[in-house]
Design a protein around this ligand. Structure first.
Ligand code: HEM
Length: 559
C-alpha cells in the first residue's frame, strides 16, 4: 500500500507542479475543458506522449533554473534591485525560506528584519517554496520592514500597485468575480466604492443586535454540552463557533436565518456543511468552496442568497424559504438592504451573489481571531479573569443585558485584549501581496514594474522599532497606555492585521464588533483552560484549529 502511494505521489507530484506552473503562466488553461472533443483528445494524447519525460524534465528544470540560475546567478548578480539589502544566508535550492516543510514566513521574516535593523526593505528569494506554498509565481520578493516603506506601498503609492491575486484566484472559479478576486485597479475601485456605504461605522453598529443574538445562541449551545458532574468539560469549540459565526455573518449580509447551529440537519446547513465545520483557514474555505462545485450544494446557497436579494429588490414571494429578519424598529439592517437603500440601480441578485462569497470567505478570519484570542486567554488566566470581571461589572444583569454596539464598545479591556491577540497572531498575515504596475520608488529604491511586494503583518505587528522592545509579548495594557500617545503613527495605524490603504479590509469594523459580541458572551459566561501541561511552551504557535478542539470549559457561577 505504502509502495503504491509513494509511486503515485512521485509520479503525479511533478505533473501537478508542471500544471501549476503552466496555470501561473496561462490562467485560462482551465478553459481547456471547454475545447471541442477532438481537440481534447489530441491534447490528452500529446500529454501522454510527453508524460514519461515529465519527471526528469521537471527535475532538470528545477535544479538548473531555480538552484543554479536563479539563486546563484540571477539573485546575487543580475537582479535589477541589487541596491536593496537581502539576508546573507541563502540556500542554493530553496532561497531564503528553507525547505517548504519548515516554512514559517512570519518567524523567518522577523528574524531577517532583526538582522538588518536600519533597512526599510529587504529583497528575498522564495525560489522553490513559492509555488509549493501557493505564493505568487515571482521568485524574488520585496519585503518592506519599516512602517514608512509599508505605508508607501499600501497607501501613498497605492496607485502604482495592484493586489497580486494569486491567493484568491481559485475563489473566482467558483464564486464569480467579487471584490476579493476582481482583476484590475479600476474594476476594484468601482466595486469598493459601491460596497463601502454599507461598511460605515453607523451601519455596522446597527448589526450589533444580530451579532449578540447569535452569541447568546452559541453560549446556550456550549452550556448544553457541559457535563454537570465534572468541574471542567473538554469541548470541541471549533465547530459550534464556526457554525454560529457563519449564521451571524450570513444574517448580517442577507438578513436571513441560515440556522447552521440550531438546525444542523437542514438542507441549507448540509449545503454549508464542509464550510461550517472546517472553515478554519482561508485555504480550507477555498477547499470547501471547491467542494461546492458539487453543484447540488452550491445551488442551494446560490438560490437562497439570490432569493434573498430578489425578495428585497422586487418584494416577490420567497421560493426557497427566505424570511427577512427585521430589527425592533421594523427595519432591515443587513448589508444588502443598506446597499439597495443607497443605490438600488447598482444591485441585482447576481452581482450581489459574487460579493456575498467574497465577504463570506473572509469570515474565516473572524473565526481565526476568536480562536487566537481564546487561546491567549488560556495562556494568561489572570488576564482572562480580569476580562470576565470587566464584562460582569459592566453588565451585572448577565449576557442578556448586553444589547447594543455601544454596550460592546464600552468594554475597553475587551478591546485591548482583542487587538493585542490580533496584533501578535494576525489571522491573515501571509496574503497581503502587491504587484507593481509600473516602476516605482519606495524608500529611495527603484522597484521595477512586475515586482511582487509582500507585506507581512506578523513581522510588522512585532517589529520592535514600531512598537516597544517587548513587542513579542502579550500585553493588552499597551493599548490602554498609548491612548494619549502624540506619536504621528498611532497604534491603530501600526496594526497591520487588516492591512491599510484602498485595498485594506473593508470588513474591519464588522469583524471587530462581531468578535467582541462573541467574546463578551463566551468569556463572561465560561472559563477556558488549555489541556496542555505547559501551554506557554507553545505560546507563539496559536495558528492551529486543533487548539479549540479540546479546551477545558467550565461555567463560572454568578452571571
Ligand atoms: C479578524 C477578521 C479579519 C481580518 C484579520 C481580515 C483581514 C483582511 C486582510 C489582511 C485583507 C487584505 C487586504 C489587502 O490585500 O491589503 C482583507 C481584505 C478584505 N476583507 Fe477582511 N479581514 C477580516 C474580516 C473580514 C470580514 C468579516 C469581512 C466581511 C464582512 C471582510 C471583508 C474583506 C474584503 C471584502 C476584503 C477585500 C477588500 C478590497 O479588496 O478592497 N473581512 N481582510
Amino acid at each position: 500500500m505504502a509502495y503504491i502511494t509513494m509511486a503515485f505521489v512521485k509520479t503525479w507530484f511533478p505533473v501537478y507542479m508542471l500544471l501549476f506552473e503552466m496555470y501561473n503562466i496561462y490562467p485560462d488553461i482551465i478553459d481547456f475543458w471547454r475545447v471541442p472533443t477532438v481537440g481534447k483528445l489530441i491534447g490528452v494524447l500529446l500529454f501522454l506522449a510527453v508524460f514519461p519525460l515529465c519527471r526528469p524534465l521537471r527535475r532538470c528544470y528545477l535544479i538548473f533554473h531555480r538552484a543554479v540560475f536563479f539563486n546563484m546567478i540571477y539573485f546575487p548578480y543580475l537582479s535589477r534591485m541589487q541596491d536593496i539589502p537581502s539576508p546573507s544566508k541563502i540556500e542554493v535550492f530553496y532561497g531564503h525560506y528553507g525547505a517548504p516543510a519548515k516554512l514559517d514566513d512570519g518567524v523567518t521574516n522577523l528574524a531577517y528584519s532583526r538582522d538588518a535593523p536600519q533597512a526599510g526593505m529587504l529583497r528575498v528569494s522564495s525560489a522553490l517554496s513559492d509555488f509549493i506554498n501557493n505564493l505568487p509565481s515571482t521568485r524574488e520578493l520585496v519585503l518592506p520592514i519599516s512602517r514608512e516603506s509599508v505605508y508607501q506601498v499600501l497607501v501613498s503609492q497605492a496607485h502604482s500597485f495592484v493586489r497580486q491575486n494569486n491567493p484568491y484566484s481559485f475563489l473566482s472559479r467558483v464564486s464569480g468575480k467579487g471584490i476579493l478576486v476582481t482583476n484590475g485597479a479600476s474594476a476594484h475601485d468601482l466595486m469598493r466604492s459601491s460596497l463601502l456605504p454599507a461598511f460605515t461605522k453607523d451601519n455596522i453598529n446597527r448589526l450589533a443586535p444580530g451579532f449578540i443574538e447569535h452569541s447568546s445562541k452559541l453560549v446556550a449551545a456550549v452550556d448544553s454540552k457541559l457535563d454537570p458532574t465534572c468541574a471542567h468539560t473538554s469541548l470541541d469549540l471549533e465547530e459550534p463557533i464556526t457554525r454560529s459565526l457563519t449564521d451571524s455573518t450570513c444574517q448580517a449580509l442577507v438578513g436571513a436565518h441560515f440556522d447552521l447551529l440550531e438546525q444542523p440537519g437542514s438542507k441549507t446547513a448540509l449545503a454549508f456543511g464542509e464550510l461550517a465545520t472546517e472553515a478554519a483557514t482561508f485555504t480550507t474555505v477555498l477547499h470547501c468552496m471547491f467542494k461546492f462545485m458539487r453543484w447540488g450544494s452550491r445551488n442551494i446557497i446560490d438560490n437562497f442568497v439570490r432569493d434573498a436579494a430578489n425578495a428585497k429588490i422586487a418584494l416577490h414571494d420567497s421560493k426557497y424559504g427566505y424570511k427577512d429578519v427585521v430589527g425592533s424598529d421594523g427595519a432591515s439592517s443587513d448589508i444588502i438592504s443598506f446597499l439597495l437603500a443607497h443605490d438600488a440601480a447598482e444591485w441585482n441578485a447576481d452581482n450581489f451573489l459574487a460579493q456575498f462569497y467574497s465577504l463570506l470567505a473572509m469570515q474565516s478570519d473572524t473565526i481565526g481571531g476568536i480562536r487566537r484570542t481564546l487561546w491567549y486567554l488560556t495562556l494568561y488566566p489572570e488576564i482572562q479573569s480580569r476580562l470576565r470581571d470587566e464584562i460582569r461589572t459592566a453588565f451585572p444583569g448577565g449576557a442578556a443585558s448586553i444589547t447594543s454596539a455601544g454596550d460592546l464598545t464600552s468594554l475597553r479591556f475587551l478591546d485591548c485584549v482583542l487587538k493585542e491577540s490580533l496584533r501578535l497572531a494576525p489571522p491573515r498575515s501571509d496574503t497581503i501581496y502587491r504587484k507593481a504596475v509600473k516602476d516605482v520608488y519606495i524608500d529611495g529604491h527603484r522597484i521595477p514594474k512586475g515586482t511582487t511586494v509582500y507585506v507581512d503583518a506578523y513581522l510588522l505587528n512585532r517589529q520592535p522599532s514600531v512598537w516597544d522592545p517587548d513587542a513579542s509579548e502579550f500585553c493588552p495594557e499597551r493599548w490602554q497606555q498609548r491612548e494619549s500617545d502624540a506619536d504621528a503613527f498611532t497604534d491603530e495605524q501600526n496594526l497591520m492585521t487588516f492591512s491599510k490603504g484602498p485595498s485594506s479590509c473593508i470588513g474591519e469594523k464588522f469583524a471587530l464588533l462581531q468578535m467582541k459580541a462573541f467574546l463578551a458572551g463566551l468569556v463572561g459566561t465560561f472559563s477556558f483552560e488549555s489541556p496542555e501541561e505547559d501551554p506557554m511552551a507553545d505560546k507563539d504557535n496559536v495558528y492551529s484549529a486543533e487548539k479549540l478542539k479540546a479546551l477545558l470549559v467550565a461555567r463560572v457561577p454568578g452571571w
